[in-house]
Design a protein around this ligand. Structure first.
Ligand SMILES: *[C@@H]1O[C@H](CO)[C@@H](O)[C@H](O)[C@H]1NC(C)=O
Ligand SMILES: *[C@@H]1O[C@H](CO)[C@@H](O)[C@H](O)[C@H]1NC(C)=O
Ligand SMILES: *[C@@H]1O[C@H](CO)[C@@H](O)[C@H](O)[C@H]1NC(C)=O
Ligand SMILES: *[C@@H]1O[C@H](CO)[C@@H](O)[C@H](O)[C@H]1NC(C)=O
Ligand SMILES: *[C@@H]1O[C@H](CO)[C@@H](O)[C@H](O)[C@H]1NC(C)=O
Ligand SMILES: *[C@@H]1O[C@H](CO)[C@@H](O)[C@H](O)[C@H]1NC(C)=O
Ligand SMILES: *[C@@H]1O[C@H](CO)[C@@H](O)[C@H](O)[C@H]1NC(C)=O
Ligand SMILES: *[C@@H]1O[C@H](CO)[C@@H](O)[C@H](O)[C@H]1NC(C)=O
Ligand SMILES: *[C@@H]1O[C@H](CO)[C@@H](O)[C@H](O)[C@H]1NC(C)=O
Length: 649
């Protein structure tokens, strides 16, 4: 029985062993890399069974017939290839992926063209960075009925003609960024029914007058000189999901297809908002539409009627020219979750919208908006009606503005008195992350954030800010991260409440010399106390904190070497101190690198104190001794004098 099992096991072992060996020998020749080997020609002794061959980054100038019948992928990128002989590829019957980027294929068009035309099975072709002009590309793309992906980055194309892709109608992804294309003929991309991804970034396109590509999902038109983007209103469903029009010269929002699947709209670095008001912009965009489409019928608000149907979740409007917030337009985006409005010139957000028929100020809402970035807008005022419209806001970035948070007594008054220029945060019940860095805040009043559910708060670089006691009242139980760096606070200015869930604290770049002892309440994991006036840290507090602490930054303080038990405690608790190498501490006569000190505290400090004590003691004893001697001497001499005098007298 046992023997039987044993022989079975042996058999099993030998089978798997065999399989392993044969598997190995079969796999070996599949792939070979000659990347960066200083080759000037294709090696002669290539294994005919190769499936992948990498010859990239060499100095190969010419390519002659390759006989590799199983080859599927060939990478010849970054060589100096300028001549491919006509029949070079005819024996590569299985080749599917060819990378010819970074070569000199703008030469010998006749021969190269014939070679490239002989490969109708190709699925992926990269001819980027070859200095190719329109005619060369026209030749190279013939007979490519299987082509799925095409990359032509960094060539010299200027015009895309309607028959450029006539032999490659199955293309799914086309990248032609970084050329000089200024004209795209009607019918160039329309017949490519599989086309999903089209990248035309970094070209010279000036207008998109009549967008018709219903099939495209990802369209990148970034870094052109586009002034407007207009789609004719029809009842077709456009599959467009992501449109990148960033870094152009847009003055208006794009007029998108009426029925689309747009989720991501990138409009950063344009001139949208440069026209005076939102109303002007909308009416000019609509007028432009009518002009382009030669509409004679009554004017209609094409822009807004199409925007209302969009399921957009992300819009980037940073680096535009808005001076007022486009409330009417953006409030139509019911699905919008992320709005990037940083680096415009808003100054204030007023609730300047048309009144309804009964003369009431309408309340619009942004029902899905969670992330709002308003950094660097020069904001001084935000209407409470605007904040009220942000019913699901979670993250609000107001860094680098001039916003003054209201005192809580103003907060209720603000509802009625709209001319007060402070901002009411108290009503943002869903708010979790608030960045108020660099706002030149003067005063943080008690209860400023009451009724929010703040998890992180950044108050850094408000260099004149006075933080009143109770400023964090109401959020002390939810705050997990607090940044109060670069405020020039002294320890008497800083009183923090007990914050039972705080895990990250940054109090760097102040004038603090005491860590608030209320922090013993907090399960801190990370604390930054760099660049303050600390001479020592409270040992029992450090002991409390070290149970949870992972990371602590300490450099740039005036630590006393001889009062640094706290450091030994941190060291023993294995807390990471990434900047301990650049931390120094001071003794009475010099400063010592903390690392050196840590290695051998007694050499630097304990010994020194003892030596000083001895020295001091000795001095006292000597002084005492001398005094006694002198006294004795004086008394003695006096006595002698007296006796002498009396003797004389
Ligand atoms: C072609 O090779 C270059 C490297 O030279 C690489 O950056 C590029 O992604 C490759 N093209 C394709 C389609 O893989
Ligand atoms: C197109 O490619 C096939 C092989 O895939 C070849 O037989 C044919 O001659 C090519 N046509 C041209 C015009 O080069
Ligand atoms: C569009 O292309 C530009 C330039 O190549 C690139 O920086 C950007 O990330 C692309 N946009 C998207 C949405 O991928
Ligand atoms: C908003 O845009 C700015 C500048 O383009 C960028 O730095 C920032 O990360 C963006 N914010 C968000 C939330 O995407
Ligand atoms: C809004 O800003 C302008 C200057 O840009 C100022 O004149 C106006 O008083 C501000 N409005 C409010 C309500 O603060
Ligand atoms: C509103 O505030 C302004 C300035 O803060 C003040 O002059 C005015 O009296 C207030 N109005 C009401 C109704 O409280
Ligand atoms: C703390 O804030 C300062 C800016 O004042 C910054 O340089 C530093 O990186 C912050 N510390 C951490 C740990 O993020
Ligand atoms: C705050 O400190 C910075 C650098 O520490 C200094 O430049 C600035 O003048 C100080 N401001 C005040 C108001 O003390
Ligand atoms: C040191 O911290 C403890 C809390 O851990 C506190 O009770 C004590 O008062 C602090 N000592 C000083 C000198 O601040």
């Amino acid at each position: 029985m046992v023997r039987h099992m044993f022989s079975n096991l042996l058999l099993l072992w030998s089978i798997s062993h065999d399989l392993y060996i044969t598997g190995l020998t079969h796999h070996k020749p599949k792939e070979q890399s000659w990347n960066n080997q200083n080759l000037y020609a294709v090696p002669l002794d290539l294994d005919v069974r190769l499936r992948r061959l990498d010859l990239s980054n060499n100095f190969i100038r010419q390519l002659h017939t390759l006989a590799l019948p199983y080859l599927e992928q060939l990478d010849l990128s970054a060589n100096q290839l300028d001549l491919i002989s006509e029949g070079a590829f005819t024996n590569l019957a299985r080749l599917e992926e060819l990378n010819l980027s970074r070569n000199g294929l703008n030469n010998n068009l006749g021969s190269n063209g014939k070679a490239l035309q002989s490969m109708s099975r190709l699925r992926s072709l990269d001819i980027s960075m070859n200095g190719l002009r329109d005619d060369a590309v026209g030749l190279y793309l013939r007979n490519k009925s299987s082509l799925d992906q095409l990359k032509m980055t960094g060539n010299a194309l200027t015009r895309l003609s309607h028959n450029l892709f006539k032999d490659s109608k199955g293309l799914r992804a086309i990248t032609i960024d970084n050329n000089q294309i200024s004209v795209i003929e009607q019918g160039t991309f329309e017949p490519l029914s599989q086309l999903e991804m089209l990248n035309l970034a970094k070209n010279n396109l000036a207008h998109i007058c009549d967008f018709k590509l219903t099939q495209v999902k990802y369209l990148n038109l970034s870094q052109n000189s586009i002034e407007f983007f207009v789609t004719r209103e029809d009842d077709q469903l456009y599959r467009l999901e992501s449109l990148d029009l960033s870094h152009n010269k847009l003055l208006y929002f794009p007029i998108v297809p009426k029925m689309n699947r747009l989720r991501y709209l990138h409009l950063q670095n344009n001139m949208v908002g440069a026209l005076n008001s939102e109303a002007t912009m909308v009416s000019e965009a609509n007028a432009l539409y009518s002009e382009i489409m030669r509409e004679k019928t009554a004017r209609k608000n094409y822009l807004h009627s199409n925007w209302k149907l969009m399921q957009l979740i992300y819009i980037d409007l940073s680096y535009n020219h808005f001076r007022s917030f486009p409330l009417e337009t953006l409030s139509r985006l019911f699905s919008l979750e992320t709005l990037n409005f940083s680096r415009n010139c808003l100054q204030n957000i007023t609730w300047n919208i048309r009144k309804d028929e009964s003369g009431y100020r309408r309340q619009l809402f942004f029902p899905s908006l969670k992330y709002v970035d308003l950094q660097s807008n020069g904001l001084t005022y935000i209407s409470p009606l605007f904040l009220k419209a942000l019913t699901r806001i979670e993250t609000l970035n107001l860094q680098d503005n001039s916003v003054q948070p209201c005192a809580s007594k103003d907060q209720s008054m603000q509802q009625t008195n709209l001319s007060t220029s402070c901002v009411v945060f108290g009503q943002l019940r869903t708010l979790k992350h608030l960045n108020l860095k660099e706002n030149n805040i003067k005063m943080l009043h008690p209860n400023t954030f009451l009724k929010t559910s703040l998890v992180s708060l950044n108050l850094a670089r408000n260099s004149h800010m006075v933080m009143q006691e109770g400023a964090l009242e109401g959020v002390h139980k939810t705050l997990q991260s607090l940044i109060i760096s670069e405020i020039n606070m002294t320890s008497s200015d800083l009183s923090l409440p007990c914050m039972p869930v705080l895990t990250e604290l940054n109090i760097s770049n102040n004038h603090l010399d005491l860590i608030p002892s209320s922090l013993s309440c907090s399960p801190l994991k990370e604390i930054d106390i760099r660049n303050n006036n600390f001479a020592t840290l409270n040992n029992s507090l450090i002991l409390d904190l070290s149970l949870r602490l992972n990371l602590m930054y300490i450099s740039g303080n005036y630590f006393n070497c001889c009062d640094s038990k706290w450091l030994i405690l941190l060291h023993e608790a294995k807390i990471q101190l990434p900047d301990v190498g650049s931390t120094v501490c001071f003794t009475s006569d010099r400063n010592v690198a903390m690392i050196g000190y840590l290695k051998n505290p007694s050499v630097y400090c304990l010994f020194r104190t003892k030596a000083q004590e001895i020295h001091f003691g000795t001095v006292i004893i000597i002084v005492l001794f001398v005094t006694v001697i002198l006294t004795v001497f004086v008394i003695f001499t006096r006595k002698v004098c007296c006796t002498q005098r009396s003797f004389i007298v």
